[in-house]
Write a protein of this length. Structure first.
Length: 85
């Protein structure tokens, strides 16, 4: 199964870059019909995770993917799953 991975550690203090990278990886998954995107936000204070979840819950983004899974073994990442028609 093909998977995309986005590590936000390097851009965690740059809000506009975070949103740009999230848009890029979601759009790439849709265009290339990739079933899974792994987003690494890190453990930290949880602010970056909240930013990622707010982005993913926007109506225009939410309609693009099937579901979000939080990793029970690693609280610093989550998985966005797609069902392509």
């Amino acid at each position: 199964m093909a998977k995309l991975k986005l590590d936000l550690h390097d851009v965690y203090k740059k809000g506009h870059v975070i949103e740009k990278e999230l848009n890029r990886v979601i759009n790439e998954a849709v265009e290339k019909r990739i079933a899974l995107v792994e987003i690494i936000h890190g453990k930290g204070s949880g602010q970056l995770k909240k930013t990622v979840l707010r982005f993913l819950n926007r109506p225009e983004i939410k309609k693009l993917y099937h579901r979000i899974d939080k990793d029970s073994d690693n609280f610093g990442r989550l998985f966005v799953r797609f069902k392509h028609k």
